[in-house]
Unconditional design. Structure first.
Length: 145
């Protein structure tokens, strides 16, 4: 089970970005030891996206966005960009799952932490909007394989 709820805005730092313009190119950059876990996370997100949301390269990462036909205003910082929902990133030492709603909504954050603990028997390694899956993701991704 992947824990995704509510609409969110994602912000990312420049050092997290790839120059890839297609998801296939981004996937080719993911280290061999974590590609299977990264792909499984991607598949799980895709299966659980709200209807109409789309996958695309977004802020140099694989992003899942609310397209302009569903939300014409777009991203508040750049209305030409579709509204970001979640992003997944392969960093040097972890797989990152960015979900700004967890930062913006205290109830959602509390729910997420409780559900993560139920799935993994430990607290998630989290930043403000990032959940970090260390190593290659094999021992920390809360997904039913």
């Amino acid at each position: 089970m992947l824990l995704i709820r509510n609409y969110v805005i994602v912000t990312l730092c420049d050092n997290m970005q790839s120059k890839a313009t297609r998801t296939q190119d981004y996937l080719a950059e993911v280290p061999v030891d974590r590609i299977n876990y990264f792909k499984k996370l991607r598949e799980t997100i895709s299966r659980n996206l709200p209807k109409g949301f789309v996958e695309e390269m977004n802020f140099g990462t694989i992003g899942y966005v609310v397209p302009h036909d569903l939300y014409p205003a777009g991203y508040r910082c750049d209305p030409e960009v579709p509204l970001p929902f979640v992003n997944i990133v392969s960093h040097k030492n972890f797989i990152g799952f960015y979900h700004m709603g967890i930062y913006a909504n205290q109830k959602l954050s509390e729910w997420f932490v409780k559900e993560y603990i139920k799935q993994c028997d430990r607290k998630p390694d989290m930043g403000k909007s990032c959940i970090r899956f260390k190593k290659n993701g094999s021992d920390t991704l809360p997904i039913n394989w």
